[in-house]
Design a protein around this ligand. Structure first.
Ligand code: URP
Ligand code: ZN
Ligand code: ZN
Length: 478
């Protein structure tokens, strides 16, 4: 088995940082040693097959992005990154595992939906991947089959309080699915927005001629995120099912989660870089020479970007420090402007929802360290360790320790990353939602199960090397 020694770096974990050498043997971390240690019987730097000098750099567990949608069919088109292009872009950015969403549509068979996603991903990916299951139609058959997902390594499922006519679940359906979750240990992930009310508001805006992307953000009012979050929490309380609320953007939804946690309830929240950095005013309301007031379509996603004047972004950063929000994923769901986002010219309701960020999450969250929003250790916790614990991957992923998969990133805090098309852009999109962002750090080397897949600006990964990972139950169940 080939060995790799990463020497002299600062090994950063969720609990602390220490100067150490990391030895990977084959696909697995074999040892974490004092720098230059000969405890294994000799000079490792002289005997290892590959030696990576990480002096002055951070050595972190590979990023885990627990919320992506490669090739997701949505709004009459499909997300523009395939499993192949999306996982390659993820690798470039220091993410070594994604958890994507297999889809069961209303009236469809859950296990057939899962099999279809296996077919799409198998042999395509550059990095390891798992699946959550979208239950887009909670019916008797779906409820009966859900417990079998656990044997398939799918230990979480997503329900939608939004998107009537697409994935939408009614309260009684949510109750039934949560009862199954409480009985089995499946983790309920919730898209918490009141879809029926939002659809009425959106129709009224369009009737008034307010058709620009900006009104996507107005229709999807924070009150309807707060309300749905509260309702989901109450249904979780009633059933005893733990709850994980995805893509939280409104400060009022954060307050609902914080109050429920203070009350002892097992609820969790995830936010995304777009809700921390971008805003309704600056981005959804953007206006360019090329696209006019349709420019904002680049940032149409649900939940929507929120007003900076109302202070949502500051509260979200704070919630990452106080642990009221526990994770940062991307909700990577990219669409090109040409032929995709432009489906919504003249009617914001037809703009496919989603932003592409899988490549930039580790960098964007590192910038939070640079700006003093979070600590170095919290960076690792939010982007790797908690995702692993939340979604049953911990031990293999999310930590640098003997026995774990050799998924390791060498990050250079003295490096620099200029984000943008033609600079660092490997996602399959004709624009970047992050154009012009400057990061005071750089992903130098990415190792996936012992193989160097990115090194010094060179991509060395291979389609098909990424494997499906069966997940255990969440470590956060009680
Ligand atoms: O805008 C978004 N979030 N698109 C992806 C689908 C979802 O709701 O996660
Ligand atoms: Zn969603
Ligand atoms: Zn999503």
């Amino acid at each position: 088995m080939a060995t790799t020694l990463i020497k002299g770096g600062l090994v950063v974990s969720a609990t602390g940082s220490v100067l150490a050498d990391v030895l990977i043997d084959g696909e697995t971390i074999a040892a974490v040693l004092a720098p230059g240690s000969t405890a294994l019987g000799g000079d490792l730097a002289a005997t290892a097959d590959t030696v990576i000098d990480a002096t002055g750099k951070y050595v972190i567990p590979g990023g885990i992005d627990a919320h992506t949608h490669m090739s997701l069919p949505f709004g009459g088109t499909s997300a523009s990154d395939t499993p192949e292009t999306g996982t390659r872009a993820a690798a470039w950015g220091g993410t070594t595992t994604i958890v994507d969403f297999a889809v069961q549509s209303a009236g469809g068979d859950v296990l057939e939906g899962l099999a279809k996603w296996h077919g799409m991903f198998d042999g395509e990916c550059a990095i390891d991947y798992g699946f959550h299951q979208i239950i887009g139609g909670v019916d008797e058959q779906a409820l009966a089959v859900m417990p079998r997902l656990i044997d398939e390594g799918i230990t979480s499922f997503k329900l939608f309080m939004a998107y009537p006519g697409v994935f939408y679940a009614t309260d009684d359906q949510i109750l039934r699915a949560m009862q199954v979750a409480a009985d089995t240990g499946l983790l309920t992930m919730m898209h918490a927005e009141n879809g029926p009310v939002i659809d009425v508001l959106a129709a009224q805006l369009v009737e008034q001629g307010r058709t620009d992307p900006y009104f996507h953000g107005i229709a999807r009012a924070w009150q309807m995120e707060e309300e749905a979050t509260h309702r989901a929490i109450m249904l979780g309380n009633l059933t005893g099912a733990p709850l994980y609320v995805v893509h939280v953007s409104a400060k009022q939804a954060v307050a609902q989660l914080a109050a429920a946690r203070d009350n002892g309830q097992n609820v969790f929240g995830e936010t995304c870089p777009q809700y921390l950095y971008l805003s309704l005013e600056e981005h959804l309301g953007a206006d360019s020479a090329e696209w006019g007031r349709f420019e904002g379509a680049k940032w149409v996603c649900s939940t929507p970007l929120r007003s900076r004047a109302e202070g949502h972004q500051d509260v979200l950063w704070q919630s990452l420090r106080t642990n009221d929000i526990q994770m940062v994923s991307t909700d990577h769901c990219p669409f090109c402007m040409k032929e995709q986002k432009e489906l919504g010219l003249g009617d914001f309701r037809r703009i496919p929802n989603g932003i592409g960020s899988v490549e930039h999450r580790m960098d964007l969250m590192y910038q939070g360290v640079v700006q003093g929003e979070i600590t170095l250790e919290r960076w690792v916790e939010l982007t790797s360790t908690t995702p692993a614990r939340m979604f049953g991957l911990y031990g293999r992923k999310g930590v640098i320790q003997p026995g774990a998969d050799g998924d390791v990133v060498v990050y250079d805090p003295k490096g620099h990353t200029s984000i943008g098309v033609g600079k660092t852009h490997h996602m399959n999109m004709d624009h970047s939602a992050w154009e012009g962002f400057e990061i005071d750090g750089h992903v130098d080397t990415v190792i996936s199960r012992g193989r160097v897949i990115v090194d010094g600006g060179e991509y060395l990964g291979r389609k098909g090397d990424g494997r499906f990972v069966k997940r255990e139950l969440s470590q956060y169940l009680v």
